[in-house]
Design a binder for this molecule. Structure first.
Ligand SMILES: [Mg+2]
Length: 175
C-alpha cells in the first residue's frame, strides 16, 4: 500500500531533471509544486537560475503550470511576473487540481509530469492520477508550516516502510 507514495524518479532539484529524455518518452507538460520545490517556502521570487530553467523547459517543448496548496497572494507574486499559469489552494493530494493543471495545458495524464518535494501531497496525488512523478529534495526544511511538518513526519514513516521492502534507500544525495 505504500507504493502509491513512491515517485517514479528522485532527483536533487529541478535542474537535474532530464528534460530531453522525458520529451523523447512522450511527455509534454510539467505540473510543478512551488514551495521548497522551485524556491524556499519563504522566498517570494524566482532566482535567476530558475528563470533560466523555465526558459529551458519551454525550449525543450514543455508546457508548465504551478499547482500549489499555498494561497493566491503567495503564488501570484511568484508566478505572475514570469507569466506562468497557476492553481492556488490546490488541496493536493486532491485529484481536481492535477486535472485542472492538465486542462490548462491541454494535456493528457500520459503526457504529464508532476514535480514536487512532498510524498504526501505531490507524489501521492500525481500517482493517483497516473502521472509521471518526480520527487526533489526540499530546498529548505527550516521554514515549513505546521501542516507540512506533519506531512514530513508521515513521510518518515512511509520511507521507513518502503525501506523495509527494499523500495527506498536513504538518504544520501541522488546519483
Ligand atoms: Mg512543496
Amino acid at each position: 500500500m505504500f507504493e502509491r507514495f513512491l515517485p517514479k524518479l528522485r532527483v536533487n532539484n529541478v535542474f537535474d531533471i532530464d528534460l530531453q529524455g522525458l520529451y523523447e518518452q512522450g511527455y509534454r507538460g510539467i505540473i510543478t509544486d512551488l514551495d521548497n520545490t522551485l524556491v524556499g517556502a519563504k522566498a517570494p521570487l524566482a532566482t535567476p537560475e530558475l528563470v533560466e530553467w523555465f526558459e529551458k523547459v519551454k525550449k525543450a517543448g514543455f508546457k508548465l503550470v504551478i499547482v500549489s496548496n499555498n494561497n493566491l497572494d503567495r503564488v501570484s507574486v511568484f508566478a505572475t511576473p514570469l507569466n506562468i499559469e497557476f492553481v492556488h489552494k490546490a488541496r493536493k493530494p486532491a485529484g481536481s487540481s492535477f486535472r485542472k493543471g492538465m486542462e490548462m495545458m491541454g494535456l493528457r495524464p500520459e503526457e504529464t509530469i508532476v514535480v514536487g518535494d512532498q510524498m504526501m501531497t505531490d507524489i501521492l496525488g500525481g500517482n493517483r492520477q497516473g502521472l509521471f512523478t518526480v520527487l526533489v529534495l526540499p530546498i529548505s526544511a527550516a521554514d515549513e508550516g505546521f501542516g507540512t511538518r506533519i506531512n514530513r513526519r508521515l513521510e518518515r514513516i512511509v520511507k521507513h516502510r518502503l525501506g523495509k521492502s527494499g523500495l527506498w534507500l536513504e538518504e544520501e544525495k541522488q546519483k
